[in-house]
Design a binder for this molecule. Sequence first.
Ligand SMILES: Cc1cc2nc3c(=O)[nH]c(=O)nc-3n(C[C@H](O)[C@H](O)[C@H](O)COP(=O)(O)OP(=O)(O)OC[C@H]3O[C@@H](n4cnc5c(N)ncnc54)[C@H](O)[C@@H]3O)c2cc1C
Length: 320
Amino acid sequence: MSLPTKAKVVIIGGGIHGLSTAWKLSETYKNPGDIVVLEKKDTAAGASGIACGVVRNNYFQPAMRELMAHSVSVWESDPKAFKYNPVGYLQISPEVMHEDVASIYKQQKAIGYESTFIEGEKDCANYMKGIFDDWQAQGITSILHEKKGGYAFNKDSIKALENKSTSNGVQVMKGVKVTGFKRGSNSKAVTGVETDKGTIDCEQVVIGAGPWARDFWNMLELPKTANIKGKDGKMHVTDMWTYWMLQEGVIGVEPDFLKTNDGKQPPVVHVDSTAPLYSDKTKKLITDKIWGIYYKPDIEGLGVQGGTSPYIVKKHYKRI
Ligand SMILES: Cc1cc2nc3c(=O)[nH]c(=O)nc-3n(C[C@H](O)[C@H](O)[C@H](O)COP(=O)(O)OP(=O)(O)OC[C@H]3O[C@@H](n4cnc5c(N)ncnc54)[C@H](O)[C@@H]3O)c2cc1C
């Protein structure tokens, strides 16, 4: 397929952001060729293809609450196509997180997002033993059990968004790298998108480039620093972009390993802990700082998937 010379909307990036935007906009822009998605590699080639796939409403920013509730309803609109598993989500926390998670629960309750909140070490242990009779975690003083949410097999979800978009007439162009923007002759307004395969004139551009957003920020010559008001009430000048590295892995386990007492698929289990973590092989202390693990079935079969706390990447790979 050759690159079109014009479109109403050009969307950059074939991840969950670009393709869900394409799908929803295709309900308004109905002519074939109105919407073009440009993806430098393949759909699901970026963060959307490697994400853990957990669908939850447990984010500390209050503004996220209703947005996440809405997003969960989109997953629920076609669970089969999205390979979405609505098993629910458990946030299991030590005392240092109690207050924050309690406020998330209150916000969920206020908007009618179904969840249960359990408090106190004894009640938390009993609640978890009611789900897994061999539950052992120590020092847990709160549990937020979201009854909605769960997990999705993310690569399949992205392909489903691609199919929903293309069947509404969206053109998804793969192997096309955006290199810059065309500007109006007398203004800085963007009037087109430049790529390694040619230029597309357009009325609107949506940037859904995930971790590559910095490249587009630079192409648009936007500021390199941001002014942020700190807890001290003072303004601080920071670099515009900070990258964090998050590592995850999957350990294979027997198919019945994580089933609940009544033999069902478990909710996504996310445990944070301040209890010292020892290696069961060497018995050495791994950390006495707060640590966390989460598990959910993996696409290859049941597996424990987990990650550590992210860390800041100090040295950037220079692209432009
Ligand atoms: C390890 C990990 C685990 C995660 N787990 C979860 C989770 O469990 N639940 C959750 O909700 N979120 C999770 N996230 C976050 C989530 O993956 C991202 O927020 C989300 O996928 C971002 O989607 P996106 O479409 O914005 O970006 P991406 O999926 O990265 O898509 C951007 C696309 O833009 C393309 N692109 C870049 N530059 C150009 C260019 N110049 N021209 C054309 N195309 C270009 C890229 O190839 C890429 O395909 C996780 C992230 C990571 C890294």
